[in-house]
Design a protein around this ligand. Structure first.
Ligand code: NAD
Length: 341
């Protein structure tokens, strides 16, 4: 960590330019579903902004990109308030950074000393799709929204209703009267390749990547268009949950599965750091053979009491972290071009 110094004019200028550029790239990515740069490039810029802020905290304002969950509400959709806020994830880009994060988190958990702290990590794949928030009232799906800025999202209920896998009515009983289920909507890799092949055959431009294809599909004006896209979803979180009888995220997944919601087959609850690292290595090797594209691994504290005690920053939970695999150049057979993933 560097020492704090008074920012020079050059640093101030770099900071302002970088903030503007990040806002512009976020707008293209979240609002237009058409990124102007690769994720790796974006991440590098974001990192640099965080670095400047660490050295010059007086530059940080409430509307700095680091203080906000990227994404806004487009005028094309009705705005909806989430019952509970939605967050982004803190990223780490190397195993060293992950170790440092785990050290900090474990020290934080040890300090809680409340006896409820279980050292179990819920490890999941970081699905490259679009976050959605499903609101169930008395077991009925009444609303679906994008994450937006975390507080307010876009109403995409009519489009989500076309995804067969998302139950419009929960099965079984015992669910909370009001429950927000968060998950990632994505296009499976194989379906994405087939969909693109069909577009090319029809003389149309193929979609750039599954993430933007999923996002673009869900943010269609016409649900009939959304219905044509091969969308799937896996749950990865829960918001409002009054009365939910579960002590941990993994217990919640078991319940959500019973109620008919799509839970990923890939998650594990791991007790040791060595197991977490092995999980990362395993999926690093298999990443292109999975049902869907991933851009990393998400590691979460499983226990709800500990999650609550660790809490949140303005942008991310302190009880979870996303490990991003190093960017790689792959050769896609389909498009026969070099793409960054
Ligand atoms: P993020 O994608 O790094 O992490 C948060 C999101 O991960 C969640 O909102 C959720 O939607 C998703 N997610 C997937 N699997 C999950 C799981 N198992 N558990 C929990 N969440 C899961 O953060 P972000 O704020 O959405 O976006 C930042 C990222 O988006 C950047 O790292 C960058 O790569 C990309 N981005 C790219 C551009 C660009 O121009 N290329 C612009 C903006 C953002």
């Amino acid at each position: 960590d560097g020492q704090e110094t008074i920012p020079s004019d050059a640093i101030r200028e770099e900071y302002e330019n970088l903030s503007d550029l990040i806002r512009k790239y976020r707008f293209a990515y979240y609002q237009e579903d058409e990124p102007l740069v690769s994720d790796a490039e974006f991440d590098t810029l974001f990192r640099r902004l965080e670095e400047i802020e660490a050295l010059h905290p007086e530059l940080v304002s409430n509307d700095s990109p680091t203080q906000e969950v990227g994404g806004e509400v487009s005028a094309a959709f009705a705005a909806v308030e989430h019952l509970q806020r939605m967050y982004s994830l803190e990223d780490v880009f190397s195993l060293e950074e992950l170790e440092a994060w785990l050290n900090r988190a474990e020290a934080g958990i040890a300090k809680l000393g409340n006896g409820t702290a279980r050292a179990a990590w819920l490890t999941e794949l970081k699905i490259d799709g679009l976050a959605v928030n499903l609101l169930y009232r008395d077991g009925k799906l009444v609303r679906a929204a994008t994450r937006g800025d975390g507080t307010t999202g876009e109403d995409i209920t009519h489009n989500v209703l076309t995804i067969k896998e998302i139950p419009q009515e929960l099965t079984g009983d015992g669910f909370p009267a009001e429950m927000e289920v968060r998950g990632e909507v994505f296009i499976p890799s194989k379906a994405f390749a087939e969909f693109n092949e069909a577009l090319i055959e029809a003389g149309k431009a193929p979609l750039a990547n599954p993430r933007n294809a999923a996002a673009g599909s869900l943010r269609q004006k016409d649900p009939a268009e959304t219905a044509k896209r091969p969308l799937k979803m896996f749950v990865h979180g829960i918001g409002a949950r009054e009365g939910l009888q579960a002590r941990s995220q993994s217990e919640t997944y078991a319940l959500l599965k019973e109620w008919g919601l799509p839970v990923s087959p890939y998650f594990e609850v791991l007790e040791s750091r060595a197991d977490v690292l092995a999980f990362i290595a395993k999926y690093g090797e298999q990443r292109h053979k999975l049902l869907h594209e991933i851009d990393g691994i998400v590691i979460k504290v499983d226990d709800f009491g500990t999650q609550r005690a660790l809490g949140y920053t303005t942008r991310v939970p302190r009880w979870a972290v996303a490990y991003k695999y190093p960017p790689e150049e792959v050769h896609t057979k389909l498009l026969d071009i070099q793409v960054n993933v």
